[in-house]
Design a protein around this ligand. Structure first.
Ligand code: PBG
Length: 338
């Protein structure tokens, strides 16, 4: 007597396991997948020649001099990764109250853009528009007399910074500062300055997250920030609807793509944004997420490739079009092997 007949004909009415019984069927019905086209590799850049420095809180991540950055960009291009996001490490002597190094045409970020474009013009270069690597206090904006991050004077600085990136050849400028009105100000300036093709990837919903710690170590802004935080401009982690208002504003001001950041704790926001706006929506798997996963891998508690792939597939399922992740290069390699 078969299992089925013991329970009467047609029992159970539905057998979802039929679609899971072999690999071919599982592949046929799979709803989401990860491709190399979905990946953006962030890179930390330092002054010097033929040198790299490990970032202790981000095992496997190194800060690179410009020549090594060029080699890294060439390798990423070979692997098919479409884009690279640059984060310069500013020497302490170049930091100031007015963050003027941010728009120095000979600054590290500007030279890094030119170095990549000279060797590998096809890979898209994304630059970070925010003042925190350049201010002595480590805040993303300029301070008023009371020590408050002042919105409108910061906009002028951000516009200068974004224009200098575009002039250096950046394909995509990515304001990550969370000042009000910055996307509109940057868009107007790009149009007026002869850069109508420069894309804006707005960090539209960026939360005041504790998961940025290792990044601040990597770019050397943690010491500058001291005990300070960014809660007067980055979003409160308790809020969801506010992210939709932020995205709506950035799109109305001229953003081409929007970013949600951090990633794994904010998958609900990715889903809501994707459903409401139907525009290119990117996720940032931030430094703390990378550090957290690596700590478990290095202890032998989790399996590296399987968990990285599962975490990125989660972003795709939530609705992300692309993912900025410190694992991008490794993932591109794994995808090429399979
Ligand atoms: C700075 C900036 C930060 C990150 C990207 N751009 C840190 C911050 O806002 O303090 C964090 C990225 C990461 O943690 O990987 N505007």
């Amino acid at each position: 007597m078969t299992h089925e007949s013991a329970h009467g004909p047609g029992f159970p009415a539905s057998r979802p396991r039929r679609l899971r019984r072999d690999d071919a069927t599982r592949r046929l019905v799979r709803e989401n997948g990860l491709s190399v086209n979905d990946l953006i590799q962030p890179v930390f850049v330092i002054e010097g020649h033929d040198h790299s420095e490990p970032v202790p809180s981000m095992p496997g991540v190194e800060r690179l001099t410009l020549d090594r950055l060029q080699a890294e960009a060439a390798e990423l291009e070979r692997l098919g990764v479409p884009a690279i996001a640059l984060f310069p490490v500013t020497p302490a002597a170049a930091k100031s109250n007015d963050a003027a190094e941010a728009w120095n045409p000979e600054g590290l970020a500007q030279r890094a853009v030119r170095a990549i474009k000279a060797r590998t013009p096809e890979i898209a270069v994304i630059t970070d528009v925010a003042l925190d690597p350049f201010t002595v206090h480590g805040q993303d904006g300029l301070l008023d007399a009371n020590g408050y991050v002042a919105n409108d004077i910061t906009l002028e600085a951000l516009v200068r910074q974004a224009l200098s990136h575009a002039a250096a050849g950046a394909d995509i400028v990515a304001p990550s500062d969370m000042m009000d009105g910055r996307v509109g100000a940057i868009r107007r300036a790009l149009e007026a300055d002869g850069h109508p093709e420069t894309r804006i990837l707005a960090y539209a919903a960026k939360y005041a997250s504790a998961f940025y710690g290792p990044f601040r170590d990597a770019v050397g802004s943690a010491g500058n920030l001291g005990g300070g935080d960014k809660r007067t401009y980055q979003m409160d982690p308790g809020n969801g609807a506010e992210a939709l208002r932020e995205v709506g504003l950035d799109l109305a001001e001229g953003a081409d793509m929007v970013m949600i950041k951090p990633g794994m704790p904010y998958l609900d926001i990715i889903r809501r944004v994707r459903e409401r706006f139907d525009v290119p929506t990117f996720a940032y798997q931030v430094s703390g997420e990378y550090a957290m996963l690596n700590a478990a891998f290095d202890n032998g508690w989790l399996s590296r490739e399987a968990c990285v792939m599962e975490s990125l597939l989660g972003f795709k399922r939530a609705g992300a079009d692309a993912i900025l992740t410190y694992f991008a290069r490794d993932v591109a390699g794994w995808l090429a092997e399979h």
